[in-house]
Design a protein around this ligand. Structure first.
Ligand SMILES: O=P(O)(O)OC[C@H]1O[C@](O)(COP(=O)(O)O)[C@@H](O)[C@@H]1O
Ligand SMILES: [Mg+2]
Ligand SMILES: [Mg+2]
Length: 339
């Protein structure tokens, strides 16, 4: 019997019961995340009416001016997730230190890393934004959680997902058994399964990159993008299309639907000298989802999920998407290294 139309909680419970007997906590945590994302969808949708768009007066740990909605969505996530005893602690793009669970509240066995509002440069121009999250196990929740509890390789993730707040509100989720997409049905205020077993085509003819940084990239990336732009007149003998939404959630969602390659590579701009995107709550969760959908995710030199993190907010270069395209660009990096 098809699972299409099943609510996210029903679907996850069934999936979990099949794979991991003591998983009721995980489905409870996913239910809390879904509730937080419903609240955020509502806030984003009414932001122009309620006047919560625009920049705030503060900066986050990355030195970026925070949008008011960066802060508001961060508070919604923290408020929604710290009550039900699923978590031992959290980290957020918008908060420098670990967010501990208040003493008077029950603690759980999971850790979450999240980007409460992804694509925030798009919030005031009515382009899709999102939320990204990664769930890890906490090895010892009996004491205050420390950074090294979080600094686990992406391969240790037990669940990852992202929400897109666009024409439709979608939640994309993996618990290591493939990737499924759920649409928020506003009539019943419930995420229901609409996109089961999402898979990324191995071949693609569409690339996504902020081309304004082209002169600052490594030779291997310049070579790959040049060839795509040359199309049939070049070595690739086929034409490529280009897209760049500047919301990672939307660019990755497109790749889950029709394939393609997404790059935020190294560039010589000081801010991006180790990449722009953050390992713990952008690169790792997106890599888990892309790999579970049959794609690949690399820095160009290394599988992103094999990286042993050294800092809660560290940045990495990200190249992900259709298998054959990512393999080609990894080859170019190797050839470059050997030349
Ligand atoms: O502004 P640029 O250089 O195009 O970068 C866009 C990238 O930065 C991001 O907006 C960074 O995420 P945040 O908005 O969460 O900081 C990604 O979503 C997106 O892929
Ligand atoms: Mg982001
Ligand atoms: Mg963000």
């Amino acid at each position: 019997m098809s699972s299409i139309g099943k609510s996210i909680n029903q679907f996850i419970n069934e999936q979990q019961n099949k794979t991991d007997s003591n998983s009721d906590d995980l489905s409870g945590l996913i239910a809390d995340i879904a509730s937080a994302c419903k609240k955020i969808a509502h806030l984003v949708n009414r932001s122009a009416i309620t006047g919560i768009g625009g920049a705030s007066a503060s900066e986050n740990v990355q030195g970026e001016v925070q949008k008011k909605l960066d802060i508001i969505t961060n508070d919604v996530m923290v408020e929604q997730l710290n009550h039900h005893g699923h978590l031992a602690a959290m980290i957020s793009e918008e908060i420098e230190d670990i967010i501990q669970i208040p003493e008077h509240l029950p603690k759980g066995k999971y850790l979450i890393a999240f980007d409460p509002l992804d694509g925030s440069s798009n919030i005031d121009i009515n382009i899709s934004v999102g939320t990204i999250f990664s769930i890890l196990r906490c090895t010892d929740a009996s004491r205050e959680v420390r950074s090294d509890d979080f600094l686990q390789a992406g391969t240790e993730q037990i669940c990852a997902g992202f929400c897109v707040y666009g024409p439709t509100t979608m939640m994309i989720l993996t618990t290591g058994n493939g990737v499924n997409g759920f649409t928020l049905d506003s009539e019943i205020d419930e995420f229901v399964l609409t996109h089961p077993d999402m898979t990324i085509p191995e071949d693609a003819a569409e690339f996504a990159v902020n081309i304004s940084n082209q002169r600052l990239w490594e030779t291997s990336v310049q070579r790959y993008i040049d060839e795509c732009i040359q199309g049939v007149d070049g070595d690739r003998e086929k034409n490529f299309n280009m897209r760049w939404v500047a919301s990672m959630v939307s660019d990755v969602y497109r790749i889950l639907i029709r394939g393609g390659i997404f790059l935020y590579p190294l560039d010589t701009k000081s801010a991006n000298s180790s990449g722009k995107l953050r390992l713990m709550y952008e690169a790792n969760p997106m890599s888990f989802i892309v790999e579970q959908a049959g794609g690949l995710s690399t820095t160009g030199y290394q599988r992103i999920m094999d990286i042993k993190p050294t800092d809660l907010h560290q940045r990495v270069p990200v190249i992900l998407g259709s298998k054959n395209e990512v393999e080609r660009i990894m080859r170019y990096h190797q050839e470059d290294k050997l030349s």
